[in-house]
Design a protein. Structure first.
Lengths: 114, 114
């Protein structure tokens, strides 16, 4: 069974600062994908970034980047130059070859303050 | 906007009733997934359809059923509703049914069972 753990229920960051959200996962699969989804107050689930496990290079999307440590099964999200619009719940998720389903962590609530 | 549409946005009903949630995938996507987000269970995969056929099943109750029609829209039917079925129900879609397809989420249907 796949598990995804997010150990930080809540975090706060000031506008323009950098914040890192943590995620660890467990899988016996050799290949898998990892995702970060953002859920703002509107409750929409928005894809932030994707990382293929076979790629050594960390994924980057504008202000969002990941630190993927395959041996440690760690997948953290770094948000640079935080903006008020980044305030949301962030979910880490894994997708493995044995099933098409996404397995989600419990989420980290991020508050960006002035 | 992900391109996935869901109707209705909100649904209020009583215990014992039956409701139908509708989802239209992104243009060109053949695969549809249903997820349930509740306070106590988090985000859980329910079921996947690909081009009209059931592909994978998750923690879906026997009281729940789904189908995907020839025009690729999908419906999730929830019957004999209980208070605990109150949740946000998401539909997601992907291009194919491969193991590593990125899933794009709709805005969700918020169901309240009274």
């Amino acid at each position: 069974a796949q598990t995804v753990t997010q150990s930080q229920p809540e975090m706060s960051v000031q506008e323009a600062e950098t914040v890192t959200l943590s995620c660890t996962y467990d899988t016996s699969e050799s290949n898998y994908y990892l995702f970060w989804y953002k859920q703002p107050p509107s409750r929409q689930m928005i894809l932030v970034i994707r990382q293929e496990a076979y790629k050594q290079q960390n994924a980057t999307e504008n202000r969002f980047s990941v630190n993927f440590q395959k041996a440690a099964k760690s997948f953290s999200l770094k948000i640079s130059d935080s903006q008020l619009g980044d305030t949301a719940m962030y979910f880490c998720a894994s997708l493995t070859g044995t099933a098409s389903k996404l397995t989600f962590g419990t989420g980290t609530r991020l508050q960006v303050t002035l | 906007d992900s391109g996935v549409t869901q109707t209705p946005k909100h649904l209020i009903t009583a215990t014992g009733q039956r409701v139908t949630l509708r989802c239209s995938p992104r243009s060109g996507d053949l695969s549809v997934y249903w997820y349930q987000q509740s306070l106590d269970q988090g985000l859980q995969f329910l079921i996947q359809y690909y081009n009209g056929e059931e592909r994978a099943k998750g923690n879906i109750l026997e009281r729940f059923s789904a189908q995907q029609f020839p025009d690729l829209h999908s419906e999730l039917n929830l019957s004999s509703l209980e208070l605990g079925d109150s949740a946000l129900y998401f539909c997601a879609s992907s291009v194919a049914a491969g193991r590593y397809e990125t899933q794009y989420f709709g805005p969700g249907t918020r169901l309240l069972v009274l």
